[in-house]
Design a protein around this ligand. Structure first.
Ligand code: CTP
Ligand code: CA
Length: 226
């Protein structure tokens, strides 16, 4: 029934969505991560499937239930996410990266549980690959959409990421207000497009935000372009 009520504007298109956090192991019982719940990415994957797309969902560890009729690839670390996303993106017409990817990983993962000594300790971290930056370099006709969660200077930071990563659009929101960002059911998003346009979506459910973002994404598809 859902399908009968929803426009099928993504029929024949392949949409890749990345979602959730990554986990960067410290030792067998500890990791570095972030509070991403995957809700925004799962909402986009579900909405794209309802609109007729073939959907590939690459997801870090989350506790919400997966959308139906989508191809799911479960990953743990940023390196694993990079490998899967870069391989699968070749099939995609639209790539939407909502995942909160760990920027750093431990240089080495301890084989055994690290014992406390009572002294201060230091973790040696090395940078993870920036998946979206890599996709931007080999973009071709692919529509590329990023997300940015910021605590300050939303516009400046979002526009910088849009430019640097060669994106068509970036959906940005401020972290902090309890109705927006990590774990919230609603989201107040501002979309910055490569042409310079920006639009702030009102406070809306993540489902409505997902459809609004897909509306914009389809505008960038080659045959719809102006
Ligand atoms: N991203 C990615 N790979 C990374 C880091 C980020 O693909 N290693 C993607 C995210 O999925 C998101 C976008 O890049 O779509 C912006 O992520 P964000 O963390 O806001 O930006 P960074 O470039 O990592 O900058 P910083 O964390 O310093 O603000
Ligand atoms: Ca980051």
């Amino acid at each position: 029934l859902m399908k009968l009520l929803t426009k099928q504007d993504l029929k024949g298109k392949c949409v890749l969505v990345s979602a959730g956090p990554t986990r960067e192991p410290i030792d067998p019982v500890r990791y570095i991560s972030n509070p991403s719940t995957g809700k925004m990415g799962y909402a986009i994957a579900r909405a794209a499937e309802h609109r007729g797309a073939k959907v590939i969902l690459v997801t870090g560890p989350v506790s919400i239930s997966p959308p139906e009729n989508v191809e799911i690839h479960q990953v743990m670390t940023a390196l694993e996410m990079a490998e899967v996303v870069l391989a699968q993106a070749e099939r995609a017409d639209i790539v939407i990266k909502t995942a909160a990817v760990g920027d750093y990983r431990c240089e080495t993962e301890a084989e055994q549980k690290i014992k406390k000594t009572g002294d201060c300790m230091t973790l040696d971290l090395v940078p993870n690959p920036d998946i979206l930056l890599e996709l931007g370099k080999r973009k071709g006709k692919m529509v590329l959409i990023g997300f940015a969660a910021e605590t300050e200077k939303l516009t400046a930071h979002a526009q910088e990421k849009l430019r640097k990563k060669n994106l068509d659009m970036i959906a940005a929101n401020l972290i902090g207000p309890s109705d927006s960002g990590f774990g919230a059911d609603t989201n107040k998003i501002t979309c910055f497009s490569c042409g310079g346009a920006s639009e702030t979506l009102g406070l809306m459910s993540k489902e409505a935000a997902a459809h609004a973002i897909l509306d914009k994404a389809t505008d960038f598809l080659p045959e719809c372009g102006v």
